[in-house]
Design a protein around this ligand. Structure first.
Ligand code: PFF
Length: 450
């Protein structure tokens, strides 16, 4: 077993890495498209409420377990209890988490490949190289496999360098770049004709839609996916945190930045759709709802960028660069889950473990690509719709019931000496024991039934 454990060098390092994990395609693609297909502002409101009532407490459960045990998810859960039966359940939950994190990465890499291919497409467009541009734009097995391997190799190259020199360094560089790109792009898009109509749809809630059952379910699922919960990513990042960090506050920053960037992405994408509408581009599907699937990002928006001439091509370039960066800072956190498990379970170097596991994940991505219609949607459903909420509930139960109250308090008090008198300690322990698991189980049951 390897005894060398990495640690983030500062609170900024942890916040960059954790927000890097949280902010990804889920924010920039998932959140705006879910908003578009669930009637705009009503979804935004419900999402923001759930992100803080449900996802933030669950995030805290993962961070606390991680920092307390200083282990990967498989090793961490059995450590919380003396009861052999619970230890077995903990281990099995951890192994399931590692499997799900790996499967999420295998489909995420495919989506990231589609988006990354748009970057050279935009460059070729700007350079007037039409045939090259259309090769990069059109999906083919060759293009998708090549960009998938490129994306996974970039991910592995960062993870192989370790916590401080790989994950922290690259997240701290890429996250501020991402924020600047998204702010700049939003400012540009909001000045274009048609944008205000989109802004209205996005920001004004239609309260008649709030009671819609699928709105609640989707908003909860989205909050879980967006904060990278359930599969041990945040647990592992928590295990690299310093004991001097104030956990409730640092976790709150991560949740706030994640929701803030999702909100900002909506201010970019929904108005951009209405700018496209103004240009005569179709933004409604046959059933009269706003286009929301891959077509929105891969067809509607590129058509808009192309119709705006050179400045449009530049906007397109920045947009797909932004998406690629967001995907990369998330994918490194997914790969870190099986890699940490391998490091703490077997005698193997980080670099070897990383490249071996990344190759295995690429093999699964290829399997999905070659059996796309049968596998792609099912893998997404099994991992994000069913497994993430279920695993999240298990982690809440472990934090709430298996970890002794005194240990819980001393973990929270490390880095926050006034914890015992604070509001967080008054509410969170019972909240995590009862409210969170019940809420998560409600989502789970609803998900299965719908
Ligand atoms: N939070 C990421 C996103 O919003 O795109 C997705 C994600 C990352 C899910 C890491 C799960 C995970 F372990």
């Amino acid at each position: 077993m390897s005894s060398e454990r990495g640690q983030f060098s500062s609170r900024f390092g942890f916040i960059s890495a954790a927000t890097g994990s949280a902010v990804g395609l889920g924010n920039i693609w998932g959140f705006p498209t879910q908003t578009a297909s669930h009637g705009g502002g009503a979804f935004v409101l419900v999402y923001l409420i759930l992100a803080f009532l449900l996802a933030y407490p669950a995030l805290m459960a993962e961070l606390i377990i991680g920092r307390h045990t200083r282990h990967n998810m498989v090793g961490a859960l059995p450590q919380l209890t003396q009861r052999p039966a619970l230890q077995v359940i903990g281990r099995a939950t951890g192994l399931y988490g590692v499997l799900i994190a790996s499967l999420i990465l295998s489909f995420y890499a495919i989506v990231a490949a589609w988006l990354m291919a748009q970057v050279p497409a935009a460059v070729a467009n700007i350079g007037g190289q039409q045939p090259a541009a259309s090769w990069f734009t059109q999906s083919s097995l060759l293009r998708d496999s090549l960009f998938c391997v490129l994306f996974l190799a970039l991910t592995a190259a960062i993870v192989a360098r370790g916590v401080k020199d790989g994950i922290e360094r690259w997240s701290s560089r890429l996250m501020p770049a991402l924020l600047l790109l998204i702010l700049g792009l939003t400012a540009v898009v909001l000045t274009l004709p048609g944008a205000m109509e989109g802004l209205r749809l996005y920001l004004v809630p239609d309260f008649s839609l709030i009671a819609h059952p699928s709105l609640l379910t989707s908003a909860m699922g989205q909050a879980f996916f967006s904060l990278s919960l359930g599969v041990g990513t945040m647990l592992v990042y928590g295990s690299y945190m310093s004991k001097t960090d104030n956990l409730p506050l640092t976790g709150a920053y991560v949740a706030l930045i994640d929701s803030g960037i999702a909100f900002l992405a909506g201010l970019l994408i929904i108005p951009a759709m209405f700018v496209a509408h103004q240009q005569g581009i179709e933004i409604y599907s046959a059933d009269n709802t706003l286009i929301a699937g891959p077509d929105l990002i891969l067809k509607t928006l590129p058509t808009l960028f192309n119709s705006l001439g050179l400045s449009g091509a530049l906007i397109g370039l920045v947009f797909f660069l932004l998406l690629s960066i967001a995907a990369l800072t998330s994918s490194i956190s997914m790969l870190e889950v099986p890699v940490t498990y391998a490091l703490e379970q077997f005698t193997i170097s980080r670099s070897r473990a990383t490249w071996l596991i990344a190759s295995g994940i690429f093999a699964i991505s290829l399997l999905i690509l070659f059996n796309f219609d049968e596998l792609f949607g099912s893998v997404i459903n099994i991992t994000t719709k069913y497994s993430q909420p279920l695993l999240g509930a298990m982690l809440c139960l472990f934090a709430g019931w298996a970890l002794h109250r005194d240990k819980l308090l001393s973990e929270i008090s490390a880095g926050y000496s006034a914890a015992e008198q604070g509001l967080f300690w008054k509410i969170w322990p019972s909240y995590i024991r009862f409210v969170c698991p019940v809420l998560v189980i409600i989502i789970f049951v609803q998900n299965v039934r719908t």
